[in-house]
Design a protein around this ligand. Structure first.
Ligand code: GAR
Length: 225
């Protein structure tokens, strides 16, 4: 089996990248993480990847002020050097140009910490709490030109609980990110994701059974007479 050569792009902690690396340790996983690239030399995730023998690269976005195309060309030189076929954005906090997105169309995937199209952009957990939503979650999607836009491959929902802080809610969502991102990347790498009318369709997956409701809609006890 030839495995799809994937670059994981990070800007910081890299826990999603670590989840992808862990999944790709299985020889039957259809992708290999052939490169971890960060736009920041101080990204903690770089050491995690290097410790596992995964090639790493740093292309400092700071070195390309007001030159996103130049920054992307430097990244693409690294991708070419490592034979990269697919890109997985994993907490990569830079906006990409339309040209870059077009060149990698269908081969560029992102994880976002909300149930898109709700809460694109930053501070998703704080905004979910402020909005009072009772279900929140995460989304893996193919990247198209708009910010946090593109055909959705997978989502996971979690309840928002009355005492949640931003950190507690973020941790609940992150655990689900680590479940759905490796699965979604595997489907993409195996060629099981196709587009129909602008929507992503994944072949051979089981739809979720049942619904998640929060709070549970149990019937209240009748008042005693
Ligand atoms: C993750 O929650 C990811 O979904 C989010 O940044 C975090 C990175 O954590 N990405 C975005 O907000 C992109 N719009 P990680 O470095 O531990 O994977």
């Amino acid at each position: 089996m030839s495995r799809r050569r994937v670059a994981a792009l990070i800007s910081g902690r890299g826990s999603n990248m670590a989840a992808l690396l862990a999944a790709a340790e299985d020889p039957d996983y259809p992708a290999t993480i052939a490169l971890v690239l960060s736009n920041r030399a101080d990204a903690a995730g770089l050491a995690h990847a290097a410790a596992r023998g995964v090639p790493t690269a740093v292309v400092e976005s700071r070195a390309f002020p007001r030159d996103r195309a130049g920054f992307e060309a430097a990244m693409e030189a690294e991708f070419a050097r490592h034979g990269i076929e697919t890109i997985a954005l994993a907490g990569f906090m830079r906006l990409l140009t339309e040209g870059f997105v077009a060149r990698w169309e269908g081969r560029l995937v992102n994880i976002h910490p909300s149930l898109l199209p709700a809460f694109p952009g930053l501070d998703t957990h704080a905004r979910a709490l402020a909005a009072g939503v009772l279900l929140h979650g995460c989304t893996v999607h193919l990247v198209s030109a708009g910010v946090d836009e593109g055909p959705i491959i997978a989502q996971a929902a979690v309840p928002v609980l009355p005492d949640d802080t931003e950190a507690v809610l973020a941790a609940r969502v992150l655990a689900e990110e680590h479940r759905i991102y490796p699965a979604a990347l595997a489907w993409l790498a195996a060629g099981r994701v196709s587009l129909a009318g602008g929507r992503a369709v994944v072949a051979g997956v089981a739809p979720a059974a049942g619904a998640l409701a929060n709070p549970l809609p149990s019937v209240p006890a009748l008042p005693k007479r």
